[in-house]
Design a protein around this ligand. Structure first.
Ligand SMILES: [Ca+2]
Ligand SMILES: [Ca+2]
Ligand SMILES: [Ca+2]
Ligand SMILES: [Ca+2]
Length: 487
């Protein structure tokens, strides 16, 4: 009897283990895949605080803290808070004494601190988010006249948080026709108003654009005007950041450390990372002259695998330089909620597993002014921007195999067993990358050949217990693909 009970426990224990195994590692289909494969009900929209006396309404999410999920907006002389997550109601809570050309509003990762870039030639204001609690539409908090607000007279176009105590600033430089613009990136310790900035990178061959830091402090920034508009480079954390400040010697833009991983993505004016490390890019054509036919009117998302591979290649000269392939839908995806795609600027930001695009719907869809790529939808006072949010639907099952997309290792291919022998998140059916170097090539063929005729579970792509010609045919369909693999 004792033995029987024991065996029964072993049996149930094995089932539990199997279920855990089938559930797989945390990663299956990633947010990059999920954002762009949604049903209409999973894409929501709201109005943004209308533009007042400015060129734009700058936005950011509270990603943590008591206001998590809500947004702050800056335009004109005021800062507004969204009444609730996803709401179209914006409440004035703070004011400044200068009409902003709002460069950015960036909330620290904890949600505790706000950095507000007032615009060209003006200051960056930094304050505790709780300072806003006292603000009302009738009596907004006066940020220009508060001892609790730090005021940094620092040129800026965009900034990103590095932890809670520093921001890194893309310094800003207008392009003067006929002259080459030179701009730079600096860090600022926001805990100390007397702190001077420290240089990160100089001699950038063009005007500043967006800037972003991933969770491991790898740095990305873009070029915003001039012939290199939309160029994006990544700088590994160790090459620019020591943990409490930048390295002693600033980087040279064309030095050996950084890696260009995108030739031209929009104007690179709005950059950020989602929680999986995919990079979102927005921008437009506000600053001209630039290249003719500059991309605009949408936001783009570059898959985290591209970023990982770019970092790997900058750290290892034996790996070929890695640049995103914009024609590969597994690496690069566009989000164009405005069917006219004619905005002069498009913002984009992530919050958890949601991606939000801030766009200008001024032109009626299909109206006379709707010229795709026409760049004629100007941001200006009176515009009521829209925010379109793509949120992961936890229960969606696109291929109908009873495995939800969020858990599905082959999200575009029907397979109920969801087998992923090497646990890399890609199901056996679509995983011909046997050596896991993110490309399916001759090395993988050699591995496959070595396993031919065996019961090796990894090379057994159709999981029928034998590695044979059927598996070879499946391998052949994967040949030449680069990660991520979705089908
Ligand atoms: Ca499925
Ligand atoms: Ca796999
Ligand atoms: Ca491989
Ligand atoms: Ca097989």
């Amino acid at each position: 009897m004792k033995n029987f009970i024991k065996r029964q426990w072993l049996f149930y224990g094995a089932i539990v283990l199997m279920l855990l195994f089938l559930k797989g590692p945390a990663f299956a289909a990633d947010d990059f895949f999920l954002y762009g494969n949604q049903d209409a009900g999973d894409v929501t929209e709201c109005d943004v605080q209308p533009v007042i006396d400015s060129w734009f309404t700058a936005l950011d999410y509270f990603r943590d803290g008591p206001n998590e999920g809500r947004m702050l907006a800056a335009t004109g002389k005021n800062v507004y808070i969204q009444s609730a997550e996803g709401s179209s109601t914006w409440i004035k809570i703070a004011k400044v004494d200068y009409t902003m050309d709002p460069a950015f509003i960036r909330i620290s990762p904890s949600g505790n601190t706000v950095a507000l870039g007032l615009g060209w030639g003006q200051s960056i204001l930094v304050f505790n988010a709780s300072l806003l609690d006292a603000g009302t539409p009738e009596e907004p908090v006066d940020l220009s006249d508060s001892e609790e607000v730090l005021d940094f007279a620092e040129n800026h176009y965009d900034a990103a948080w590095v932890g809670e105590d520093h921001i890194v600033i893309n310094g800003g430089q207008w392009v003067i026709p006929g002259q080459s613009a030179v701009s730079g990136v600096v860090t600022l310790n926001i805990t100390n108003e007397t702190n001077i900035t420290q240089g990160v990178c100089g001699s950038i061959p063009g005007a500043s654009s967006g800037i972003a830091v991933d969770e491991n402090n790898n740095l990305v920034f873009g070029i915003g005007a001039g012939t290199n508009t939309g160029e994006l480079k990544i700088w590994p954390a160790g090459d620019w950041w020591t943990g409490n400040g930048p390295v002693a010697n600033p980087l040279a833009y064309n030095g050996p450390e950084g890696l260009k991983f995108a030739h031209q993505v929009l104007s690179a004016a709005h950059l950020g990372f989602d929680e999986e490390g995919s990079l979102h890019v927005g921008g437009g054509v506000f600053v001209n002259p630039g290249p003719v036919n500059l991309e605009s009117g949408y936001a783009a998302l570059i898959n985290h695998k591209v970023m990982t591979n770019a970092l790997a290649s900058v750290n290892n000269p034996e790996i070929d330089l890695y640049e995103v392939n914009e024609t590969n839908g597994s690496q690069y995806r566009e989000f164009g909620p405005d069917v006219c795609r004619n905005d002069t600027a498009t913002g984009v930001m992530a919050n958890g597993s949601a991606l939000s695009v801030n766009w200008n719907p001024a032109t009626p869809p299909g109206g006379a002014n709707c010229v795709i790529g026409g760049n004629n939808d100007w941001w200006q006072p009176g515009v009521v921007p829209r925010l379109t949010t793509y949120k992961v639907n936890e229960s969606r099952d696109g291929d109908g195999d009873f495995v939800a997309d969020v858990d599905d290792h082959t999200p575009n291919t029907y397979e109920t067993a969801n087998v992923d022998s090497d646990g890399d998140g890609y199901g056996n059916l679509i995983d011909g990358d046997f050596n896991n170097d993110d490309v399916v090539n001759y090395s993988d063929f050699l591995e496959f050949r070595g396993k031919y005729g065996t019961n090796d579970s990894n090379a057994d792509m159709n999981s029928d217990g034998i590695v044979n010609y059927s598996d070879f045919l499946m391998f052949r369909t994967q040949y030449g693909k680069e990660a991520p693999y979705y089908n």
